[in-house]
Design a binder for this molecule. Structure first.
Ligand code: NBP
Length: 472
Protein backbone atom coordinates (compact mmCIF):
# COMPACT_ATOMS: atom_id res chain seq x y z
CA UNK A 1 0.00 0.00 0.00
CA UNK A 2 2.72 2.49 1.00
CA UNK A 3 3.94 3.04 -2.51
CA UNK A 4 3.62 6.76 -3.16
CA UNK A 5 6.45 9.28 -2.76
CA UNK A 6 4.22 12.24 -2.00
CA UNK A 7 0.56 13.12 -1.42
CA UNK A 8 -1.12 16.19 -2.89
CA UNK A 9 -4.21 17.60 -1.16
CA UNK A 10 -6.33 20.02 -3.20
CA UNK A 11 -6.97 19.37 -6.87
CA UNK A 12 -7.91 22.81 -8.17
CA UNK A 13 -5.72 24.26 -10.93
CA UNK A 14 -2.46 24.39 -8.92
CA UNK A 15 -2.72 21.01 -7.19
CA UNK A 16 -3.57 19.15 -10.41
CA UNK A 17 -0.72 20.67 -12.38
CA UNK A 18 1.84 20.21 -9.61
CA UNK A 19 0.80 16.57 -9.23
CA UNK A 20 1.34 16.07 -12.98
CA UNK A 21 4.71 17.86 -12.82
CA UNK A 22 5.89 15.72 -9.89
CA UNK A 23 4.76 12.52 -11.63
CA UNK A 24 6.49 13.51 -14.87
CA UNK A 25 9.71 13.77 -12.88
CA UNK A 26 9.54 10.13 -11.85
CA UNK A 27 7.67 10.22 -8.54
CA UNK A 28 4.57 8.27 -7.66
CA UNK A 29 1.87 10.64 -6.44
CA UNK A 30 -1.23 10.10 -4.27
CA UNK A 31 -3.96 12.75 -4.61
CA UNK A 32 -6.92 13.79 -2.51
CA UNK A 33 -9.57 16.50 -2.85
CA UNK A 34 -12.31 17.40 -0.36
CA UNK A 35 -14.92 16.97 -3.09
CA UNK A 36 -14.21 13.43 -4.26
CA UNK A 37 -15.83 13.97 -7.66
CA UNK A 38 -12.94 16.25 -8.57
CA UNK A 39 -10.44 13.49 -7.72
CA UNK A 40 -12.34 10.98 -9.84
CA UNK A 41 -12.50 13.36 -12.78
CA UNK A 42 -8.79 14.15 -12.54
CA UNK A 43 -7.89 10.45 -12.42
CA UNK A 44 -10.12 9.72 -15.39
CA UNK A 45 -8.82 12.59 -17.52
CA UNK A 46 -5.47 14.40 -17.04
CA UNK A 47 -4.03 11.75 -14.71
CA UNK A 48 -5.12 8.64 -16.59
CA UNK A 49 -2.22 6.34 -17.55
CA UNK A 50 0.00 8.14 -15.03
CA UNK A 51 1.66 7.05 -11.79
CA UNK A 52 -1.03 8.92 -9.86
CA UNK A 53 -3.28 7.19 -7.34
CA UNK A 54 -6.48 8.64 -5.88
CA UNK A 55 -7.68 8.62 -2.27
CA UNK A 56 -11.21 9.43 -1.20
CA UNK A 57 -10.40 9.95 2.50
CA UNK A 58 -7.40 11.41 4.29
CA UNK A 59 -6.88 8.10 6.06
CA UNK A 60 -6.60 6.42 2.64
CA UNK A 61 -4.16 9.08 1.50
CA UNK A 62 -1.94 8.58 4.56
CA UNK A 63 -1.98 4.83 4.02
CA UNK A 64 -0.73 5.25 0.44
CA UNK A 65 2.42 7.17 1.41
CA UNK A 66 5.95 5.91 2.04
CA UNK A 67 7.35 6.95 5.44
CA UNK A 68 8.22 9.51 6.54
CA UNK A 69 5.14 10.78 4.71
CA UNK A 70 5.37 13.87 2.53
CA UNK A 71 2.13 15.77 1.99
CA UNK A 72 1.75 18.89 -0.14
CA UNK A 73 -1.35 20.99 0.61
CA UNK A 74 -2.63 23.05 -2.34
CA UNK A 75 -5.86 24.40 -0.90
CA UNK A 76 -7.26 27.90 -0.62
CA UNK A 77 -5.15 30.03 1.73
CA UNK A 78 -6.62 30.86 5.15
CA UNK A 79 -8.93 28.71 7.27
CA UNK A 80 -8.93 25.85 4.76
CA UNK A 81 -5.24 25.18 5.54
CA UNK A 82 -5.94 24.96 9.29
CA UNK A 83 -8.91 22.69 8.63
CA UNK A 84 -6.91 20.36 6.41
CA UNK A 85 -4.08 20.20 8.98
CA UNK A 86 -6.55 19.42 11.78
CA UNK A 87 -8.24 16.66 9.76
CA UNK A 88 -4.96 15.19 8.52
CA UNK A 89 -2.91 15.10 11.73
CA UNK A 90 -4.67 12.10 13.29
CA UNK A 91 -3.51 10.07 10.26
CA UNK A 92 0.13 11.17 10.42
CA UNK A 93 2.97 10.30 12.78
CA UNK A 94 5.96 12.18 14.19
CA UNK A 95 8.60 12.91 11.58
CA UNK A 96 6.09 13.21 8.71
CA UNK A 97 6.48 16.28 6.50
CA UNK A 98 3.69 18.71 5.73
CA UNK A 99 4.11 21.38 3.05
CA UNK A 100 1.77 24.32 2.47
CA UNK A 101 2.24 25.40 -1.17
CA UNK A 102 -0.61 27.94 -1.17
CA UNK A 103 -0.41 31.70 -0.87
CA UNK A 104 -0.57 31.70 2.91
CA UNK A 105 0.08 34.82 4.95
CA UNK A 106 3.59 34.45 6.38
CA UNK A 107 2.43 34.98 9.98
CA UNK A 108 0.03 32.04 9.61
CA UNK A 109 2.99 29.96 8.43
CA UNK A 110 5.07 31.09 11.42
CA UNK A 111 2.26 29.99 13.74
CA UNK A 112 1.66 26.65 12.00
CA UNK A 113 5.40 25.88 11.88
CA UNK A 114 5.68 26.36 15.64
CA UNK A 115 2.53 24.41 16.44
CA UNK A 116 3.43 21.47 14.20
CA UNK A 117 7.11 21.32 15.15
CA UNK A 118 6.03 21.24 18.81
CA UNK A 119 4.05 18.08 17.95
CA UNK A 120 7.00 16.47 16.17
CA UNK A 121 5.97 17.13 12.55
CA UNK A 122 8.22 18.82 10.01
CA UNK A 123 6.58 21.81 8.35
CA UNK A 124 7.49 23.73 5.20
CA UNK A 125 5.72 26.89 3.99
CA UNK A 126 6.39 27.22 0.29
CA UNK A 127 5.52 30.13 -1.98
CA UNK A 128 4.89 28.95 -5.54
CA UNK A 129 4.74 31.25 -8.55
CA UNK A 130 4.05 30.65 -12.18
CA UNK A 131 0.30 30.04 -12.30
CA UNK A 132 -1.14 27.03 -14.09
CA UNK A 133 1.58 26.75 -16.73
CA UNK A 134 4.40 27.18 -14.19
CA UNK A 135 2.89 24.54 -11.90
CA UNK A 136 2.87 22.06 -14.78
CA UNK A 137 6.12 22.88 -16.56
CA UNK A 138 8.28 24.36 -13.79
CA UNK A 139 7.43 27.03 -11.20
CA UNK A 140 9.63 29.21 -9.03
CA UNK A 141 9.60 27.69 -5.53
CA UNK A 142 10.16 29.64 -2.30
CA UNK A 143 10.31 27.15 0.61
CA UNK A 144 11.12 27.79 4.27
CA UNK A 145 10.66 25.86 7.47
CA UNK A 146 12.26 22.87 9.13
CA UNK A 147 15.72 22.29 7.56
CA UNK A 148 15.29 18.51 7.70
CA UNK A 149 12.04 18.83 5.74
CA UNK A 150 13.81 20.85 3.07
CA UNK A 151 16.65 18.32 2.92
CA UNK A 152 14.18 15.48 2.48
CA UNK A 153 12.43 17.31 -0.36
CA UNK A 154 15.34 19.08 -2.04
CA UNK A 155 15.71 16.53 -4.84
CA UNK A 156 12.02 16.58 -5.70
CA UNK A 157 11.79 20.38 -5.55
CA UNK A 158 14.88 20.78 -7.74
CA UNK A 159 13.37 18.36 -10.24
CA UNK A 160 10.00 20.09 -10.58
CA UNK A 161 11.21 23.73 -10.45
CA UNK A 162 11.86 25.94 -13.48
CA UNK A 163 15.45 25.84 -14.75
CA UNK A 164 17.49 28.84 -15.85
CA UNK A 165 21.01 28.21 -17.20
CA UNK A 166 20.85 24.73 -15.70
CA UNK A 167 19.99 26.03 -12.22
CA UNK A 168 16.70 25.15 -10.51
CA UNK A 169 14.57 28.10 -9.37
CA UNK A 170 14.37 26.96 -5.77
CA UNK A 171 16.38 27.82 -2.68
CA UNK A 172 15.94 27.26 1.05
CA UNK A 173 14.71 30.50 2.62
CA UNK A 174 15.29 29.75 6.28
CA UNK A 175 13.00 28.75 9.11
CA UNK A 176 9.43 29.83 9.77
CA UNK A 177 7.50 31.91 7.26
CA UNK A 178 10.39 33.29 5.16
CA UNK A 179 9.27 31.50 1.99
CA UNK A 180 5.78 32.93 2.15
CA UNK A 181 7.32 36.31 2.98
CA UNK A 182 9.43 36.20 -0.20
CA UNK A 183 6.35 35.11 -2.19
CA UNK A 184 4.37 38.03 -0.72
CA UNK A 185 7.05 40.52 -1.83
CA UNK A 186 7.22 38.75 -5.21
CA UNK A 187 3.50 39.46 -5.60
CA UNK A 188 3.98 43.10 -4.55
CA UNK A 189 6.57 43.48 -7.31
CA UNK A 190 4.21 41.63 -9.67
CA UNK A 191 1.46 44.18 -8.93
CA UNK A 192 3.92 47.03 -9.62
CA UNK A 193 5.20 45.46 -12.85
CA UNK A 194 1.65 45.02 -14.13
CA UNK A 195 0.60 48.55 -13.19
CA UNK A 196 3.73 50.10 -14.79
CA UNK A 197 3.04 48.17 -17.99
CA UNK A 198 -0.64 49.21 -17.89
CA UNK A 199 0.31 52.89 -17.51
CA UNK A 200 2.77 52.60 -20.38
CA UNK A 201 0.04 51.03 -22.54
CA UNK A 202 -2.20 53.99 -21.69
CA UNK A 203 0.55 56.38 -22.81
CA UNK A 204 1.20 54.44 -26.01
CA UNK A 205 -2.52 54.40 -26.79
CA UNK A 206 -3.97 57.65 -25.48
CA UNK A 207 -0.65 59.57 -25.44
CA UNK A 208 0.84 58.53 -28.78
CA UNK A 209 -2.26 57.26 -30.56
CA UNK A 210 -0.90 53.76 -31.28
CA UNK A 211 -3.42 51.01 -32.09
CA UNK A 212 -3.42 47.51 -30.60
CA UNK A 213 -1.31 46.04 -33.39
CA UNK A 214 1.32 48.75 -33.02
CA UNK A 215 1.28 48.36 -29.24
CA UNK A 216 1.76 44.61 -29.63
CA UNK A 217 4.75 45.19 -31.91
CA UNK A 218 6.20 47.79 -29.52
CA UNK A 219 6.05 45.44 -26.51
CA UNK A 220 7.42 42.58 -28.63
CA UNK A 221 10.38 44.78 -29.66
CA UNK A 222 10.98 45.89 -26.06
CA UNK A 223 10.95 42.23 -25.04
CA UNK A 224 14.13 41.78 -27.09
CA UNK A 225 15.96 44.42 -25.04
CA UNK A 226 16.51 45.31 -21.39
CA UNK A 227 12.79 44.98 -20.59
CA UNK A 228 12.79 41.30 -21.59
CA UNK A 229 10.40 39.58 -19.18
CA UNK A 230 7.43 37.25 -18.97
CA UNK A 231 4.93 40.07 -18.36
CA UNK A 232 6.16 42.15 -21.34
CA UNK A 233 6.03 39.01 -23.51
CA UNK A 234 2.43 38.18 -22.60
CA UNK A 235 1.45 41.85 -22.99
CA UNK A 236 2.69 41.73 -26.61
CA UNK A 237 0.57 38.59 -27.13
CA UNK A 238 -2.53 40.06 -25.48
CA UNK A 239 -2.59 43.03 -27.87
CA UNK A 240 -2.51 40.61 -30.80
CA UNK A 241 -5.69 38.77 -29.78
CA UNK A 242 -8.96 39.71 -31.49
CA UNK A 243 -12.44 39.49 -29.98
CA UNK A 244 -14.17 36.62 -31.83
CA UNK A 245 -17.49 38.48 -31.68
CA UNK A 246 -16.54 41.90 -33.02
CA UNK A 247 -13.07 41.38 -34.50
CA UNK A 248 -11.82 44.31 -32.40
CA UNK A 249 -8.84 43.83 -30.07
CA UNK A 250 -10.17 41.69 -27.21
CA UNK A 251 -8.29 43.69 -24.57
CA UNK A 252 -10.38 46.73 -25.45
CA UNK A 253 -13.56 44.80 -24.62
CA UNK A 254 -12.45 43.92 -21.11
CA UNK A 255 -13.92 45.81 -18.15
CA UNK A 256 -11.33 48.11 -16.58
CA UNK A 257 -11.72 46.83 -13.02
CA UNK A 258 -8.62 45.11 -11.62
CA UNK A 259 -9.31 42.53 -8.95
CA UNK A 260 -7.02 41.50 -6.11
CA UNK A 261 -6.77 38.57 -3.75
CA UNK A 262 -4.80 40.38 -1.06
CA UNK A 263 -1.12 39.54 -1.43
CA UNK A 264 -0.35 43.02 -2.79
CA UNK A 265 -2.19 44.55 0.14
CA UNK A 266 -0.19 42.40 2.57
CA UNK A 267 3.04 43.73 1.04
CA UNK A 268 1.78 47.30 1.51
CA UNK A 269 0.83 46.64 5.12
CA UNK A 270 4.15 44.95 5.82
CA UNK A 271 6.10 47.83 4.33
CA UNK A 272 4.16 50.26 6.52
CA UNK A 273 4.82 48.01 9.51
CA UNK A 274 8.58 47.91 8.89
CA UNK A 275 8.81 51.51 7.73
CA UNK A 276 10.29 50.62 4.35
CA UNK A 277 9.19 52.88 1.49
CA UNK A 278 7.66 51.02 -1.47
CA UNK A 279 5.73 53.82 -3.22
CA UNK A 280 5.51 52.12 -6.62
CA UNK A 281 4.13 48.92 -5.08
CA UNK A 282 1.68 50.96 -2.98
CA UNK A 283 0.63 52.94 -6.06
CA UNK A 284 -0.10 49.68 -7.86
CA UNK A 285 -2.34 48.41 -5.03
CA UNK A 286 -4.13 51.76 -4.85
CA UNK A 287 -4.55 51.89 -8.62
CA UNK A 288 -6.39 48.53 -8.48
CA UNK A 289 -8.64 49.87 -5.71
CA UNK A 290 -9.31 53.00 -7.80
CA UNK A 291 -10.14 50.92 -10.83
CA UNK A 292 -12.69 49.01 -8.71
CA UNK A 293 -14.54 52.26 -7.97
CA UNK A 294 -15.94 52.27 -11.47
CA UNK A 295 -19.31 53.77 -10.65
CA UNK A 296 -17.64 56.73 -8.92
CA UNK A 297 -15.18 57.15 -11.79
CA UNK A 298 -18.02 57.25 -14.29
CA UNK A 299 -19.83 59.87 -12.23
CA UNK A 300 -16.71 62.05 -11.82
CA UNK A 301 -15.90 61.74 -15.51
CA UNK A 302 -19.45 62.83 -16.41
CA UNK A 303 -19.33 65.72 -13.94
CA UNK A 304 -15.99 67.13 -15.11
CA UNK A 305 -16.41 66.45 -18.82
CA UNK A 306 -13.45 67.13 -21.13
CA UNK A 307 -10.86 69.41 -19.50
CA UNK A 308 -8.91 71.79 -21.67
CA UNK A 309 -5.26 70.74 -21.37
CA UNK A 310 -3.96 73.12 -24.01
CA UNK A 311 -0.37 74.09 -23.37
CA UNK A 312 0.00 71.67 -20.47
CA UNK A 313 2.33 69.34 -22.38
CA UNK A 314 5.86 70.51 -21.91
CA UNK A 315 7.76 68.04 -24.05
CA UNK A 316 7.25 65.78 -27.04
CA UNK A 317 7.07 62.06 -26.36
CA UNK A 318 8.17 58.99 -28.28
CA UNK A 319 8.21 55.22 -27.92
CA UNK A 320 11.93 55.08 -27.10
CA UNK A 321 11.41 57.46 -24.17
CA UNK A 322 8.58 55.26 -22.89
CA UNK A 323 10.80 52.18 -23.05
CA UNK A 324 13.42 53.89 -20.90
CA UNK A 325 10.81 55.22 -18.46
CA UNK A 326 9.28 51.77 -18.03
CA UNK A 327 12.69 50.19 -17.47
CA UNK A 328 13.80 52.79 -14.91
CA UNK A 329 10.48 52.64 -13.04
CA UNK A 330 10.69 48.85 -12.98
CA UNK A 331 14.22 48.92 -11.54
CA UNK A 332 12.90 51.14 -8.74
CA UNK A 333 10.02 48.79 -7.97
CA UNK A 334 12.36 45.78 -7.72
CA UNK A 335 14.64 47.94 -5.54
CA UNK A 336 11.68 48.60 -3.22
CA UNK A 337 10.83 44.90 -2.92
CA UNK A 338 14.46 44.02 -2.24
CA UNK A 339 14.69 46.74 0.42
CA UNK A 340 11.62 45.33 2.15
CA UNK A 341 13.17 41.83 2.08
CA UNK A 342 16.47 43.22 3.42
CA UNK A 343 14.70 44.79 6.39
CA UNK A 344 12.45 41.77 7.04
CA UNK A 345 15.56 39.58 6.95
CA UNK A 346 17.03 41.65 9.80
CA UNK A 347 13.83 42.11 11.83
CA UNK A 348 12.54 38.54 11.57
CA UNK A 349 15.96 36.82 11.41
CA UNK A 350 15.22 35.18 8.04
CA UNK A 351 18.80 35.72 6.87
CA UNK A 352 17.79 35.98 3.21
CA UNK A 353 20.49 35.83 0.56
CA UNK A 354 19.06 38.41 -1.87
CA UNK A 355 21.18 37.14 -4.77
CA UNK A 356 19.52 33.73 -4.26
CA UNK A 357 16.06 35.33 -4.19
CA UNK A 358 16.85 37.08 -7.49
CA UNK A 359 18.19 33.77 -8.88
CA UNK A 360 15.02 31.76 -8.13
CA UNK A 361 12.82 34.54 -9.51
CA UNK A 362 14.56 34.34 -12.92
CA UNK A 363 12.45 31.41 -14.11
CA UNK A 364 8.99 29.96 -13.58
CA UNK A 365 7.49 32.90 -11.72
CA UNK A 366 5.40 35.78 -13.01
CA UNK A 367 8.03 38.49 -12.43
CA UNK A 368 10.76 36.61 -14.28
CA UNK A 369 12.80 39.10 -16.25
CA UNK A 370 16.24 39.62 -17.73
CA UNK A 371 16.67 42.36 -15.15
CA UNK A 372 16.88 39.68 -12.43
CA UNK A 373 20.23 38.48 -13.81
CA UNK A 374 21.63 41.94 -13.08
CA UNK A 375 19.94 42.06 -9.66
CA UNK A 376 21.47 38.69 -8.80
CA UNK A 377 24.92 39.90 -9.90
CA UNK A 378 24.54 43.13 -7.92
CA UNK A 379 23.86 41.25 -4.65
CA UNK A 380 26.54 38.65 -5.40
CA UNK A 381 29.11 41.41 -5.80
CA UNK A 382 27.85 43.28 -2.74
CA UNK A 383 25.56 41.28 -0.42
CA UNK A 384 25.19 44.27 1.90
CA UNK A 385 24.11 46.72 -0.81
CA UNK A 386 21.98 49.32 1.00
CA UNK A 387 19.70 49.80 -2.00
CA UNK A 388 19.73 48.17 -5.43
CA UNK A 389 20.01 51.53 -7.22
CA UNK A 390 23.46 52.02 -5.62
CA UNK A 391 24.90 49.17 -7.67
CA UNK A 392 27.20 50.85 -10.24
CA UNK A 393 25.47 49.38 -13.29
CA UNK A 394 21.95 50.24 -12.08
CA UNK A 395 23.21 53.70 -11.10
CA UNK A 396 24.43 54.13 -14.68
CA UNK A 397 21.20 52.77 -16.18
CA UNK A 398 19.03 55.13 -14.13
CA UNK A 399 21.30 58.06 -14.91
CA UNK A 400 20.93 57.28 -18.62
CA UNK A 401 17.14 56.83 -18.47
CA UNK A 402 16.16 59.68 -16.20
CA UNK A 403 15.69 62.38 -18.85
CA UNK A 404 13.30 60.21 -20.87
CA UNK A 405 11.55 59.18 -17.65
CA UNK A 406 10.92 62.80 -16.63
CA UNK A 407 9.79 63.65 -20.15
CA UNK A 408 7.30 60.75 -20.06
CA UNK A 409 5.75 61.86 -16.79
CA UNK A 410 5.56 65.50 -17.84
CA UNK A 411 3.83 64.36 -20.99
CA UNK A 412 1.39 62.19 -19.03
CA UNK A 413 0.57 65.09 -16.74
CA UNK A 414 0.11 67.35 -19.74
CA UNK A 415 -2.24 64.87 -21.40
CA UNK A 416 -4.13 64.10 -18.21
CA UNK A 417 -3.17 60.40 -18.35
CA UNK A 418 -2.77 58.96 -14.82
CA UNK A 419 0.62 57.35 -14.14
CA UNK A 420 0.62 56.69 -10.38
CA UNK A 421 3.24 53.94 -10.46
CA UNK A 422 5.57 55.48 -13.07
CA UNK A 423 5.59 58.72 -11.10
CA UNK A 424 5.84 56.99 -7.70
CA UNK A 425 9.00 55.32 -8.98
CA UNK A 426 10.47 58.63 -10.12
CA UNK A 427 9.58 60.28 -6.82
CA UNK A 428 11.28 57.34 -5.04
CA UNK A 429 14.40 57.83 -7.12
CA UNK A 430 14.43 61.61 -6.64
CA UNK A 431 13.69 61.27 -2.91
CA UNK A 432 16.58 58.85 -2.44
CA UNK A 433 18.84 61.23 -4.40
CA UNK A 434 17.89 64.18 -2.20
CA UNK A 435 20.40 65.03 0.46
CA UNK A 436 17.76 67.23 1.99
CA UNK A 437 13.99 66.63 1.85
CA UNK A 438 11.32 69.04 3.08
CA UNK A 439 10.50 66.73 5.98
CA UNK A 440 11.89 69.45 8.30
CA UNK A 441 8.61 71.29 7.75
CA UNK A 442 6.58 68.20 8.65
CA UNK A 443 8.57 67.88 11.85
CA UNK A 444 7.91 71.55 12.61
CA UNK A 445 4.19 71.08 11.96
CA UNK A 446 4.04 67.97 14.17
CA UNK A 447 5.82 69.83 16.91
CA UNK A 448 3.52 72.83 16.41
CA UNK A 449 0.24 71.00 16.78
CA UNK A 450 1.23 67.98 18.81
CA UNK A 451 4.43 68.85 20.70
CA UNK A 452 6.01 65.79 19.05
CA UNK A 453 9.51 67.39 19.30
CA UNK A 454 12.19 67.47 16.61
CA UNK A 455 15.92 67.06 16.18
CA UNK A 456 18.31 69.67 14.81
CA UNK A 457 20.96 69.43 12.13
CA UNK A 458 23.49 71.33 14.20
CA UNK A 459 23.00 69.99 17.74
CA UNK A 460 22.41 66.64 19.47
CA UNK A 461 19.21 66.17 21.39
CA UNK A 462 15.46 66.53 21.15
CA UNK A 463 13.81 69.92 20.94
CA UNK A 464 10.39 71.41 21.30
CA UNK A 465 9.31 74.90 20.42
CA UNK A 466 6.25 76.85 21.56
CA UNK A 467 5.64 77.96 18.02
CA UNK A 468 2.70 80.25 18.66
CA UNK A 469 4.50 82.03 21.48
CA UNK A 470 7.46 82.55 19.14
CA UNK A 471 5.47 84.17 16.32
CA UNK A 472 7.00 87.45 15.25
P1 NBP B 1 -8.07 27.59 -4.84
O1 NBP B 1 -7.32 28.62 -4.10
O2 NBP B 1 -9.21 28.01 -5.71
O3 NBP B 1 -8.60 26.51 -3.78
C1 NBP B 1 -9.44 25.45 -4.17
C2 NBP B 1 -9.01 24.15 -3.50
O4 NBP B 1 -9.08 24.26 -2.06
C3 NBP B 1 -9.95 23.03 -3.88
O5 NBP B 1 -9.21 21.84 -3.99
C4 NBP B 1 -10.90 22.98 -2.69
O6 NBP B 1 -11.55 21.76 -2.54
C5 NBP B 1 -9.92 23.21 -1.59
N1 NBP B 1 -10.53 23.57 -0.30
C6 NBP B 1 -11.21 24.66 0.09
BR1 NBP B 1 -11.62 26.08 -1.00
N2 NBP B 1 -11.60 24.65 1.36
C7 NBP B 1 -11.18 23.47 1.82
C8 NBP B 1 -11.29 22.83 3.07
N3 NBP B 1 -11.88 23.43 4.09
N4 NBP B 1 -10.78 21.59 3.20
C9 NBP B 1 -10.18 20.97 2.17
N5 NBP B 1 -10.02 21.54 0.94
C10 NBP B 1 -10.53 22.75 0.77
O7 NBP B 1 -7.08 26.67 -5.71
P2 NBP B 1 -5.82 27.08 -6.63
O8 NBP B 1 -6.14 28.24 -7.49
O9 NBP B 1 -5.37 25.81 -7.24
O10 NBP B 1 -4.73 27.55 -5.57
C11 NBP B 1 -4.26 26.72 -4.52
C12 NBP B 1 -3.32 27.56 -3.66
O11 NBP B 1 -2.22 27.99 -4.46
C13 NBP B 1 -3.97 28.84 -3.10
O12 NBP B 1 -3.43 29.13 -1.85
C14 NBP B 1 -3.56 29.88 -4.10
O13 NBP B 1 -3.56 31.18 -3.54
C15 NBP B 1 -2.15 29.41 -4.46
N6 NBP B 1 -1.66 29.86 -5.78
C16 NBP B 1 -2.51 29.92 -6.85
C17 NBP B 1 -2.01 30.32 -8.08
C18 NBP B 1 -2.92 30.37 -9.28
O14 NBP B 1 -2.45 30.83 -10.34
N7 NBP B 1 -4.16 29.91 -9.19
C19 NBP B 1 -0.66 30.64 -8.22
C20 NBP B 1 0.17 30.55 -7.11
C21 NBP B 1 -0.34 30.15 -5.90
P3 NBP B 1 -13.01 21.54 -3.21
O15 NBP B 1 -12.75 21.09 -4.62
O16 NBP B 1 -13.61 20.47 -2.38
O17 NBP B 1 -13.76 22.84 -3.12
Amino acid sequence: METCDIGVIGLAVMGQNLALNIERNGYRVAVYNRTAERTRQFLAEQASQKQIVGAETLAELAALLKRPRRVLMMVKAGNAVDQVIAELLPHLERGDILIDGGNSFYQDTERRSKELEAQGFLYLGMGISGGEEGALKGPSLMPSGHPAAYQALEGLLQAIAAKVDGEACVTYLGRGGGGHYVKMVHNGIEYADMQLIAETYDLLHRGLGLNAEQISRTFAAWNQEALNSYLIEITAHIFGVADPQSGAPLVEKILDVAEQKGTGKWTSEEALELGIPIPTLQAAVEARALSAQRATRLEVARTFGELSLAGAETAPLNVAALEQALYAAKVCSYAQGMSLLRQASKVYGYDFDLSEVARIWRGGCIIRARLLNDIRRAYQENPTLTNLILDPSFRQALTNAQTAWRQTIQHAIGKGIPVPALSASLAYFDSLRSERLPANLIQAQRDYFGAHTYQRIDQEGTFHTHWQANQS
